[in-house]
Design a protein around this ligand. Sequence first.
Ligand code: 5CA
Length: 444
Amino acid sequence: MYFSKAFIPILKNNPTEAKIKSHKLMLRTGMIKQSSAGIYSWLPLGFKIMKKIEKIVREEQNKIGAQEILMPTIQSSEIWKESGRYDDYGDEMLRIKDRQNREMLYGPTNEELITDIFRSNIKSYKSLPQLLYHIQWKFRDELRPRFGIMRCREFYMKDAYSFDINDDEALYSYNKFFLSYLRTFKRLTLTAIPMAADTGPIGGNLSHEFIILAETGESKIFTDKRIFDVEYDQTTVEKKSLEDLRKKYEFFYSVTDDKFDKQEFEKKVSSENRLITKGIEVGHIFYFGDKYSKPLNASVDLPGGKKDFVKMGSYGVGVSRLVGAIIEAKYNEKDEIMKWPLSVAPYEVAIIPMITKNETSNLKKAEKIYKILNSKKIDTILDDTDENFSSKMKKFNLLGIPYQIIIGKKSDGDLFEFKEIGKDPENLSIDQIAKLINNQKEQI
Ligand code: 5CA
């Protein structure tokens, strides 16, 4: 992509309406545009990042054997009346009437719809377990949408649902998602800690929120610092090893405020290990047994001939929220330097030539390099504008494309100034640069 043709509407200054750094940066670099309160359009830069996050989320779901489907955004009220949540959900649910005066709604979540799909198709324990997921827009008419796409009304979520024959198998499914979430956030270079959480309107009695630390987060957390040092090397999804993995985390007291118990906290965590801070919830998993299968009558035949309601869990990742969460974790606001992890960077490398009206030989070099990098499948943006060099550098530091090739005074023959944001520059050939980037990509 040539910068002059890219639709990246950068603002000169920080927008005054934004309070937290992710919201500021997203507006400043033209990633999103608000269309009405809590509802946003995603412009090319933001959309590319979100799609890369979605791809990683999808790959990690597929790895544990979950199958992708796509359910609609608009649902009928019927199934919500069957589960009893139509009234319970209250004003957060956006209710719509169609031309036949039928009550419809914009889905805030999909437990009912997926249970309906399950009950009309699966009749026997022999087809279990079933792990199904989709990645789709949701709508919640939040009372106070704020912080841009962090707490908005329309947002993009991955939601998965598990169906099992009994509690024991259902917990096995729960643990598979537990692992899959750890792996997903790791690939996004985030440290997300699973914390025991309340189940809210989804229901059930077992739940973990995956939280990344951030002062601007909305979740208050009480945790044992040592949980940040838990390491795992998990290549299998074998039942016992997944149980052990969850135990490893649950060994440390770590809860969100709705589960907080002062006495227990002080008893289990010595004062030097106590951490009370804030974080952003990027994922949330639930086990709720037959909370939906019972009222919706989703049962399966058991081996002995009896029937039982299928045992279910649900598993959400805030795909659009993750874009903001990554910025909260990686953006140095003071120096105005962002660095996107390579796994989700909108472009992998930026070619930044020094150009003046009379001197375009650097642009010619840049174009040659651009072609080579493209042929090596490296996602590249070339700044072909004649903006002055220091404002170009400022702009690219803000855009956060992790690698920069600077073509100016310091380039020497076939060697170019190559810089990874936050590190010292070095002079490398194009072949060396391509190899370096492609090696990094292989490790994602
Ligand atoms: N059905 C369950 C799991 S699939 C569910 O809806 N869980 S949830 O309510 O916790 O949402 C899942 C994830 O979506 C959250 O962890 C959060 O990352 C994201 N999310 C929830 N509400 C919003 C919102 N208003 N704006 C942006 N992201 C949100």
